[in-house]
Design a protein. Structure first.
Length: 139
């Protein structure tokens, strides 16, 4: 009877150790996946930036070509649509960059405690909760 209890306790300790090892392995694998996801988001935001540059260059060259007023009504309509597309792409790029930053924040250790505002300690840090993203390229 005592032998069965000792074996049962030994199996329980082994299963706890195995459980801890499995949890550790899952946590490491989750960190790898999140890191990979952050890298993919960064690549995606870089590709979107390149697309935006391409649209900007093509819009400028198109505008220079038809800036003398020689463009027809359909050309002006095309330029308006191209500008709208540029604005949409900038919005999408900003959104993706914010998503990337959120993923990066989850994979990094928690930040140091925030200092209070020295002018008004009751106010705290007024920028708390705001995310900082990469600026979009200027054209």
């Amino acid at each position: 009877m005592v032998r069965k209890e000792v074996e049962s306790a030994k199996n329980e300790v082994m299963s706890k150790a195995e459980l801890e090892q499995a949890l550790l392995n899952n946590f490491v694998n989750l960190q790898k996946v999140l890191t990979n996801l952050a890298i993919k988001f960064e690549d995606l935001s870089n590709n979107i930036s390149k697309i935006l540059q391409l649209f900007e260059i093509s819009a400028k060259s198109f505008a220079e070509k038809y800036s003398g007023g020689g463009g027809s009504e359909s050309d002006k309509e095309f330029l308006k649509k191209l500008d709208a597309l540029l604005d949409q792409n900038k919005t999408i790029a900003k959104g993706i960059m914010l998503m990337e930053e959120r993923v990066r924040q989850r994979t990094q250790p928690p930040p140091m405690p925030v200092e209070t505002n020295r002018f008004n300690p009751a106010e705290g840090n007024r920028f708390e909760g705001m995310t900082r993203s990469k600026p979009l390229p200027k054209y």
